[in-house]
Design a protein around this ligand. Structure first.
Ligand code: BYC
Length: 472
C-alpha cells in the first residue's frame, strides 16, 4: 500500500477520505511541531541527518534512507497490512471477528492503554534531548536522532487512534500528551521510568536496551489486540523498535569492549584514569535501568491486566503461538511473593498474573544480551561477569515496593540498604565521572575513546560516512 505524499500527513489509512479526522490531525500537527522544537533534540534542527523514513508499510518501502532535516521528517501514520478474516485470539470474545471500531463497554480501558502507550513516546524524546551535544560519533548521533524521530512517529500513531476512535475525549488526550513532560513536578509522565533523567550516553544505551525492550513486550501484547487498528498500529511500530534495541545492545557492547581493551593494555581493572568506564560501574548502570524497567510491567497481581485480557484488548507476548485455551480461567501461574521477611513463589490465577507472565518473558530476553556482553569479557580473558540483579532489587511498583532487596535477592533493612546502595547503583560522583567522558566526537570518522567504533555502518555505509552534516 503506497503512502500518499501529496497529503500533509503521510499515511496509509486513507486519511483523505475522512476530512474531519484529517482536519483534526492537521490542527494537532503545529502543536506537535512546537513541542518538537521546544522539547525535541536540542540543537541540530538545521543539520542534515541520514535518516530512515517509512514510505510504505510493506517490506520494500518502510526503510528508505537519505539526508533529512529533522523538522522536515515525514511523521506519518502507518498501519501494518490488515490480516483478512482475523479473529480475536484470547479472552471472552475468542473466535469472534476482530473489531474495526471500539466496543462501547471497553472504551475506557482502551483509552487508558492507548494514552499510557502514547505518553511514553514523547517522554523518551524529552529524556534524550540533550544528548546530541555530547555524541561519541556522527554514527551514534544519527542513531540517536533516528530513535527520536521514530518515537515521535509512535506518538503520532497513538494520536491517530485517539483522534480517529475516541472523539472529543481523544482530542483532549492528544493535547495532554504534549502537555505532560518527563520529570515535570506538576505534570509528569505517567510511568515512573519515563520521569528519570537520561544524562549520559551509557544511560542512553542502557535505556534503549532495557526500557525500549519493555516497549517491545508491551507493543507485542497490544499487537494481539482484538481492536484491529491498535493491533495493526503496534505491529508496524515493532518493526522500528528493533533498531532501538540494537542501538542499546551494541552501544553497551562497545563500551564493554573498550573497557576490556584498556584493561588488557594497562594491565589493571582500574581504567577510569585511562578514560574507560570500569566494569563494576557498567554493572551499576545496568542495575538501575533494569530495575526501573521491571517496574513498567506493573504489579505482579493485577486485576487491570486480567480485565484487559478477558476483554480481548491486550494479550500475552506471541499469544497465538501459545498452546493453551487462551482464556486462562482455570490456570495457575507461579509468581514471587514477599511477606516482608522472605521471598517465595506462590501459585495464583494466571489471569491475575499476566503482568508477571510478560515480565518473565522480558527477563529471559534481557538475559540474552547480557550473555553476549559477557562473551566479550570472557573473550578478553577477563574474570568478570555482568548480571541481571534479582527482580526485587530497587523496585517501586508491586510486591517488592515496600521492601529493600539486594541485587542477589536478600531482604535487608533500610539501614543496610542505605549503607550499601553505593555498591549497587551509580553514585553522583560516578555519574559525574561518566559525564566527564562525554566530550563530543563529531568530526567525520571520529569515535570517542570510551567505546569502540561499531562493527559496521548504517545501511552498508562506511564508519566514516557523514551520517550527520552539521548546520545543514
Ligand atoms: N509507574 O494493576 P497495575 C515504550 C500503576 S514502553 C507508575 O499493575 P496495570 C517505550 C497503574 O497505572 C511501553 N505507575 O497496573 C519505551 C495502576 O494505577 P491505578 C509502554 C504505575 O495497569 C522506550 C496501579 O499502579 N506501554 O513503549 O496492570 C521508549 C496498579 O498497577 C506503574 C505500556 O505500558 C509504573 N511503572 O499495569 C519509548 C502499555 N506501573 O489504576 C517508548 C500500556 C503500574 O491504581 N500500559 N502503575 O491508578 C499497560 O499495559 C499498563 O498500564 C501497565 C501497568 C502494564 C503499564
Amino acid at each position: 500500500m503506497q503512502i500518499d505524499y501529496a497529503q500533509r500527513i503521510p499515511n496509509n489509512v486513507n486519511l483523505a477520505d475522512n476530512r474531519r479526522l484529517q482536519r483534526a490531525l492537521e490542527e494537532w500537527q503545529p502543536h506537535f511541531l512546537h513541542w518538537w522544537r521546544e522539547l525535541g533534540p536540542q540543537g541540530f534542527q538545521a543539520a542534515d541527518v541520514y535518516l530512515r523514513t517509512a514510505v510504505s508499510a510493506d517490506a520494500s518501502g518502510w526503510a528508505t534512507f537519505g539526508h533529512v532535516k529533522m523538522p522536515d521528517y515525514r511523521w506519518g501514520i502507518f498501519l501494518a497490512e490488515a490480516e483478512p478474516d482475523r479473529t480475536i485470539a484470547f479472552g471472552d470474545h475468542k473466535g469472534e471477528p476482530v473489531w474495526q471500531d471500539i466496543p462501547g463497554e471497553y472504551r475506557g480501558m482502551l483509552r487508558r492503554l492507548v494514552v499510557t502507550q502514547g505518553d511514553t513516546e514523547p517522554a523518551s524524546v524529552e529524556q534524550q534531548r540533550r544528548l546530541g551535544a555530547t555524541a561519541p560519533s556522527l554514527y551514534d548521533l544519527r542513531n540517536l536522532f533516528q530513535v527520536n524521530v521514530e518515537e515521535a512517529r509512535h506518538l503520532w500513531a497513538m494520536v491517530y487512534l485517539l483522534h480517529a476512535y475516541f472523539g472529543r475525549d481523544g482530542r483532549e488526550e492528544a493535547e495532554a500528551l504534549l502537555e505532560r513532560h518527563s520529570g515535570s513536578p506538576d505534570r509528569p509522565r505517567i510511568l515512573g521510568a519515563f520521569n528519570e533523567a537520561t544524562p549520559d550516553w551509557l544511560a542512553y544505551f542502557m535505556f534503549t536496551y532495557f526500557t525500549d525492550r519493555d516497549g517491545k513486550y508491551q507493543l507485542a501484547s497490544l499487537a494481539e489486540s482484538g481492536f484491529d487498528p491498535l493491533a495493526r498500529t503496534c505491529r508496524f511500530m515493532l518493526t522500528e523498535e528493533a533498531h532501538h534495541m540494537f542501538v542499546g545492545e551494541t552501544g553497551v557492547a562497545r563500551v564493554v569492549a573498550r573497557t576490556c581493551d584498556l584493561m588488557k593494555e594497562q594491565r589493571t581493572p582500574k581504567v577510569a584514569e585511562y578514560g574507560g568506564i570500569e566494569l563494576p560501574l557498567i554493572q551499576k548502570y545496568l542495575n538501575f535501568h533494569y530495575s526501573v524497567s521491571l517496574d513498567l510491567f506493573g504489579a505482579e497481581v493485577s486485576t487491570n491486566a486480567a480485565n484487559y485480557f478477558t476483554a480481548g484488548l491486550k494479550g500475552r507476548f506471541r499469544e497465538t503461538e501459545r498452546a493453551d485455551d487462551h482464556q486462562l480461567k482455570d490456570q495457575q501461574y507461579k509468581i514471587p511473593h514477599c511477606d516482608g521477611q522472605r521471598i517465595e513463589t506462590e501459585s495464583r490465577p494466571a489471569l491475575l498474573a499476566l503482568n508477571e507472565i510478560l515480565r518473565d518473558d522480558y527477563v529471559a530476553d534481557s538475559a540474552r544480551g547480557v550473555a553476549r556482553w559477557n562473551k566479550i569479557i570472557r573473550g578478553a580473558g577477563i574474570d568478570f561477569e555482568l548480571q541481571l540483579p534479582h527482580r526485587g532489587f530497587n523496585r517501586q511498583i508491586g510486591e517488592f515496593a515496600s521492601v529493600r532487596v539486594t541485587p542477589d535477592g536478600k531482604i535487608v533493612s533500610n539501614e543496610v540498604w542505605e549503607a550499601a546502595a553505593h555498591d549497587w547503583l551509580p553514585t553522583s560522583a560516578e555519574r559525574e565521572f561518566v559525564g566527564s567522558l562525554m566530550k563530543p566526537a563529531t568530526l567525520t570518522g571520529e569515535y570517542a575513546g570510551w567505546l569502540t567504533p561499531p562493527a559496521r555502518g548504517i545501511n552498508h555505509q562506511a564508519l566514516d560516512f557523514d551520517y550527520v552534516r552539521m548546520g545543514g
